[in-house]
Design a protein around this ligand. Structure first.
Ligand code: PGA
Length: 249
């Protein structure tokens, strides 16, 4: 596990962009696991800038998104599909046929979960999985629970996640109550995991994830067991890490 301390959101985004760009330069046909939310927005802007200025090439890359809301079509303004197109895909040369999401409209969630797992496997597995972290240390939509989830599955969102995501919707009641999400097991199989955290509201989750007990009550804590995790924090998100957490860097 490696931790990179940065000053603020922009420098966190800059460091993350360098890692993703290096991944694509070293292996142009990389399989990326990508994330939505506020955290990666500037990182995506920086990748677009690298595409425009130095020709960072996405033409052979494949992408699998972590999750999608249940009940939203890909064209829905609030869908993660739409988010990714607006924030990254429409501005770089990734090919449409290499962009994958869990289907939020699937009738049979179990079959859809299996289809998604098989698609990841057929692509050769995820080389680099990007993650944000929830205030409750969720990753993807894997909420605190009694056991770690394994594969892509349907989840019921927790009240605090619904409240946190309400900022993207007209009101809290419009936030879907369910999502399809990669499981912790799916995430764990990625060869390299890049976890980003910015802002004081993530500080406790970062501390619990990095220094705390490994428990499904803190879903991201399982990343302590993964052989290749890079955590990038800004000053506020890293503010509660103790000397022990810093030593792990
Ligand atoms: P955020 O969400 O990037 O919008 O803070 C992260 C998450 O909930 O996983």
């Amino acid at each position: 596990m490696r931790i990179i301390f940065t000053d603020h959101y922009e420098s966190m985004s800059e460091e993350a962009a360098k890692i993703i760009a290096a991944q694509l330069w070293l292996k142009p046909d990389s399989v990326l696991g990508l994330a939505t939310g506020s955290t990666p927005v500037m990182l995506y802007q920086k990748l677009i800038h690298l595409y425009e200025t130095v020709g960072l090439d996405f033409s052979q890359a494949t992408s699998f998104n972590l999750d999608e809301y249940v009940g939203l079509s890909p064209n829905d303004e609030q869908s993660y599909h739409r988010f990714m197109h607006e924030n990254l895909f429409d501005h770089v040369n990734i090919r449409n046929e290499r962009i994958f999401f869990p289907d939020g409209l699937a009738d049979d969630a179990a079959a859809e979960g299996m289809r998604y797992e098989k698609a990841i496997e057929a692509a050769g597995g995820i080389d680099l999985q990007l993650l944000g972290i929830g205030r409750n240390a969720h990753i993807g939509f894997n909420e605190p629970a009694d056991c770690f989830t394994r594969t892509t599955h349907k989840v019921a969102l927790k009240g605090n996640t619904i409240a946190a995501n309400a900022r993207f919707f007209a009101s809290e009641k419009d936030v879907p109550r369910e999502a399809m999400s990669m499981g912790i097991g799916t995430i764990f199989q990625a060869r390299h995991i890049l976890l980003l955290a910015s802002g004081a509201e993530k500080a406790q989750a970062v501390k619990d994830t990095w220094e705390g007990t490994i428990t499904p009550a803190v879903p991201a804590s399982i990343l302590q067991l993964h052989p290749h995790v890079t955590l990038i924090v800004d000053r506020e998100a890293g503010s509660l890490l103790t000397a022990k957490g810093k030593e792990l860097a």
